[in-house]
Design a protein around this ligand. Structure first.
Ligand SMILES: *Cc1c(COP(=O)(O)O)cnc(C)c1O
Length: 217
């Protein structure tokens, strides 16, 4: 077992104080690691790969809230649609359409975050800031999708100013949309092991943390 329990407890209380939700990112890590945090009362876990998520979901308690944080292929939505708690990385309209279809089939509304491309790397995914408003408008006709907020990943760099600037931009966009969209639009998912403190300072209310809790992958 490689879970750092002391670090988890410290982090969890720090985040609770600031009303930030901790998504423990357990990709590639064994079920026993997830169980260790579950037994401490943790319920929000994040996974990147559909098949891995489906296997873990079947093997673990039903009250876990599973967050899908990876790049989701449209043809795989159906496998996670029955149980997924929140899909963080919705980055194209076709995907939203498919999530809506699968939500309908499962008779549930699937909660989603729109991913915004804030990093410099072109390899990262997401809508541009300009596209977001339009996507939100279009999605209002999707009855089985609930757009709950935004998600973003900063550039992989040591330059704190650059990261701060990107988080600031996303927070600003989030705030401006929040006033125009309904009450359900309330989640800003930004920050990982290396940059979560900065992300929280910049207004994040949900962080996705893997290696800090489970060790390097
Ligand atoms: C893997 C992953 C994380 C967690 O990264 P760590 O650096 O291990 O905390 C967070 N968000 C996304 C989208 C990821 O793919």
């Amino acid at each position: 077992m490689t879970v750092n329990v002391a670090r988890y407890k410290e982090l969890k209380s720090k985040l609770d104080d600031r009303k930030v939700t901790l998504v423990a990112v357990s990709k590639i890590k064994p079920i026993s690691d997830i169980k260790a945090l579950y037994d401490l009362g943790h319920r929000d876990f994040g996974e990147n790969y559909v098949q891995e998520l489906v296997e873990k979901q079947a093997a673990l308690p039903a009250d876990i809230r599973w967050h899908f944080i990876g790049h989701l292929q449209s043809n795989k939505v159906k496998y996670i649609a029955p149980f997924v708690h929140l899909i963080h990385g919705v980055d194209r309209e076709n995907l939203l359409k498919e999530i809506n279809k699968q939500g309908q089939k499962n008779e549930r509304k699937i909660a989603c975050l729109l991913q915004v491309h804030i990093a410099q790397e072109t390899t990262k995914f997401g809508f541009s800031e300009d596209e977001i408003q339009e996507v939100i408008q279009k999605s209002s006709s999707f009855e089985s999708v609930a757009i709950r907020g935004l998600m973003g990943m900063a550039t992989f760099t040591d330059d704190q100013n650059q990261i701060a600037k990107e988080f600031d931009g996303l927070h600003h966009l989030f705030q401006s949309l929040k006033s125009s969209v309904d009450n359900d639009f309330s989640i800003l998912s930004m920050g990982m092991s290396a940059d979560y403190e900065l992300a929280i300072d910049k207004g994040s209310n949900m962080v996705r943390i893997g290696s800090l809790l489970f060790g390097a992958r």
